[in-house]
Write a protein that binds this ligand. Structure first.
Ligand code: BGC
Length: 512
C-alpha cells in the first residue's frame, strides 16, 4: 500500500512537472532545425568607456549621479569594460557554441549629439570591429538600435521621448546604423522593451529621466497617468518611420528583417471569477497590445481606447497606415508571471502600486492565498514560473496570428548572493531555470507557435540598471576588482547543451 502511494505521488509530481514545463531532459534536438540559440547583452550594461573616443554623456551616466537612483551609488562608467575587452568577449561567446549574439549600439557613442552633431567615426569603428569579428566566427548578429540609453543632449534640448522631435532623432540614428552596419546585420531590433521603458522612466520614475507624479512616486516633475502614453506614442511612430525607411531604401539590398522587443509579463487570473479573467486579459492588452496592436493592426487595443478615452493619443489615418504591419518578428523578453485581479469594478480604487491607467486597472500579486506563484529570484516580482513563457507565447501566437517570434531575453538572478563567489559559480538553479523555460518553449512550438530562437540573458554579470552590480544574471561571473570573466557552471552547461547535445547532468566545474 505504502509503495503504491509513493508511486502515485511520483507520477503526480512528474505530470505536474511536465504541465509546468519543468522537463529537465531538454535537448537541442527538441527544437526545430534552424532554431537559433544565443546570448543577449546591451551596450550600457557592459561597455564602460563612458567618455572615451568621442562618446558623450548619456541619460544613464547622468542618472547614475542622482543620489539614491542606483543601488550602492554604482554606475556604468566602466561596467564590464567590454569597450576594451570585446575581442576576448566574442571569443567567449563563440566558445559557448551559440548561433547568434544580441547586443545594442550606444547612441551616444555613434551620435554623441544626436542630429545636432557629426557621426563619431570611433563609434562606428568599434561596432564595425564587433560585427566583423562575429561574422568571421559565423555568429549571427541581432542588433538592438535603442536599449534604454540616449545622448543626454536630447533630453536637455527638448525632453527626449516626450517630444515628437525625438522621432526624427531616432530615425537619424537608425539610418546611421543601417548605412554603416546593415551589410552584416540581418536582424534588427528597433527598440528594447518600449513598454517597460515608458513605465520605468515616466510612471514610476525609477529610470531616467525619472519623471512621475504621486502616488506613483516622488519625482520633481512628471505626470504618471499621461506621460507614459505620450512617450509610447513617440516610440511607436519613431519605430514606424525607421521601418518604412529601411524597407524603402535598405531592405532590398541588405536583405534584413526588423522586429521590436517587448517586456512580456504573463498575467494569470487570480481566481476563476470572470472579473479576474477579464483583468488578466486587460493587463495583457495594456502591456503587450499597447505596443503590438498599433504595429500590427494600426491602432491601440480596444481595451485601452475604451478605458483611457481622451488620455490616449490618437494616430491619424496616415500614421496608422505607416505603422501597421510594421514588424517582421516579435522579440519576447520574459522574466515574470503575475496573478491579476480586477479593480476597475470594485468600490475601492486600485492599489497605489502604479497599476491604474497604463496597466489596465488591474491589481497584481505574486501570491495566491499566501502561496507564492513560484520560487524567489533576486527581484521580488520575478518568481520562477516556467509555464509562463509558454503561456505568453501562446497568447502572442493567437492575438497576432503566429507572427515569427524570438525569445530575445530570459534569465535568472539568484537572491542574495552578494559576493559569495563559490556559491555564485555553482549556479545549479540557473541551469534548472533555463532547462525548465526551454521545455516550456519547446512545448509551445509543438503546439504550433512559430518561435525561432532563444537568447539567454546574459553573457556575463553586468550593470543591472537600478540594481547596479548586485544582481547577477550572467553565465560568466565578473570579478569587480580585476574584471576577469569566470565561467559559472551554467556556462559549461549551455556549452554542453549546444555543442554536445547531452543532458549535461555530470558537468564538473572547471574554473580557470
Ligand atoms: C532588460 C535588460 C535587463 C533585464 C534583467 C530586461 O528588462 O532588457 O536590460 O538587464 O531585463 O533585469
Amino acid at each position: 500500500m505504502v509503495s503504491f502511494v509513493v508511486v502515485l505521488l511520483v507520477v503526480i509530481a512528474l505530470i505536474a512537472a511536465v504541465i509546468n514545463g519543468e522537463n529537465s531532459s531538454i535537448k537541442r534536438s527538441d527544437f526545430p532545425d534552424g532554431f537559433l540559440f544565443g546570448v543577449s547583452t546591451s551596450s550600457y550594461q557592459i561597455e564602460g568607456g563612458y567618455l572615451e573616443d568621442g562618446k558623450s554623456l548619456n541619460n544613464w551616466d547622468v542618472f547614475a549621479l542622482y543620489p539614491g537612483g542606483i543601488e550602492k551609488g554604482e554606475n556604468g562608467f566602466i561596467a564590464d569594460d567590454h569597450y576594451h575587452r570585446y575581442l576576448k568577449d566574442i571569443e567567449i561567446v563563440q566558445s559557448l557554441g551559440v548561433d547568434a549574439y544580441r547586443f545594442s549600439i550606444s547612441w551616444a557613442r555613434v551620435l554623441p549629439r544626436g542630429r545636432f552633431g557629426e557621426v563619431n567615426p570611433n563609434g562606428i569603428m568599434f561596432y564595425n570591429k564587433i560585427l566583423d569579428e562575429l561574422v568571421l566566427r559565423g555568429i549571427k548578429p541581432f542588433v538592438t538600435i535603442f536599449h534604454h540609453d540616449i545622448p543626454q543632449e536630447l533630453e536637455d534640448r527638448y525632453g527626449s521621448w516626450l517630444s515628437p522631435l525625438m522621432q526624427e532623432d531616432y530615425v537619424h540614428f537608425a539610418e546611421t546604423c543601417f548605412k554603416n552596419f546593415g551589410d552584416r546585420v540581418k536582424n534588427w531590433i528597433t527598440i528594447n522593451e518600449p513598454n517597460l521603458f515608458a513605465q520605468m522612466g515616466y510612471q514610476n520614475g525609477i529610470y531616467p529621466p525619472a519623471r512621475c507624479s504621486q502616488p506613483f512616486g516622488y519625482c520633481s516633475a512628471g505626470n504618471s497617468d499621461i506621460e507614459p502614453l505620450i512617450v509610447m506614442h513617440n516610440l511607436l511612430l519613431a519605430h514606424g518611420k525607421a521601418v518604412r525607411l529601411y524597407r524603402k531604401d535598405y531592405q532590398s539590398e541588405q536583405d534584413g528583417l526588423v522586429g521590436i522587443v517587448l517586456n512580456c509579463i504573463m498575467y494569470e487570473p487570480m481566481t476563476d471569477d470572470d472579473l479576474d479573467k477579464e483583468a488578466a486579459n486587460r493587463a495583457l492588452a495594456f502591456d503587450i497590445g499597447w505596443v503590438l496592436d498599433p504595429l500590427i493592426f494600426g491602432n491601440y487595443p480596444s481595451e485601452m481606447r475604451k478605458y483611457l478615452g481622451n488620455q490616449l493619443p490618437r494616430f491619424s489615418v496616415a500614421e496608422s497606415n505607416y505603422i501597421r504591419d510594421g514588424i517582421d518578428f516579435i522579440g519576447v523578453n520574459h522574466y515574470a508571471t503575475l496573478y491579476a485581479k480586477g479593480c476597475i469594478h470594485s468600490s475601492s480604487s486600485c492599489s497605489l502600486t502604479g497599476n491604474r491607467s497604463i496597466k489596465g486597472f488591474v491589481d497584481f500579486s505574486t501570491e495566491k492565498d499566501g502561496v507564492p506563484i513560484g520560487e524567489s529570484t533576486g527581484i521580488d516580482v520575478m518568481k520562477v514560473v516556467p509555464r509562463g513563457i509558454g503561456e505568453v507565447i501562446e497568447y502572442l501566437n493567437k492575438r497576432y496570428h503566429n507572427k515569427p517570434t524570438f525569445v530575445t531575453e530570459n534569465g535568472y538572478s539568484e537572491p542574495e548572493v552578494q559576493d559569495q563567489v563559490p556559491i555564485i559559480l555553482h549556479d545549479d538553479k540557473r541551469i534548472e531555470f533555463h532547462k525548465a523555460y526551454m521545455s516550456s518553449i519547446a512545448q509551445a512550438i509543438r503546439n504550433g507557435a512559430d518561435v525561432r530562437g532563444y537568447f539567454l540573458w546574459t553573457l556575463m554579470d553586468d550593470f543591472e540598471w537600478n540594481h547596479g552590480y548586485l544582481l547577477k544574471f550572467g553565465l560568466y561571473y565578473v570579478d569587480r576588482k580585476t574584471l576577469n570573466r569566470i565561467p559559472k557552471l551554467s556556462a559549461r552547461w549551455y556549452q554542453d547543451f549546444l555543442i554536445n547535445n547531452t543532458l549535461a547532468s555530470n558537468i564538473q566545474l572547471a574554473v580557470s
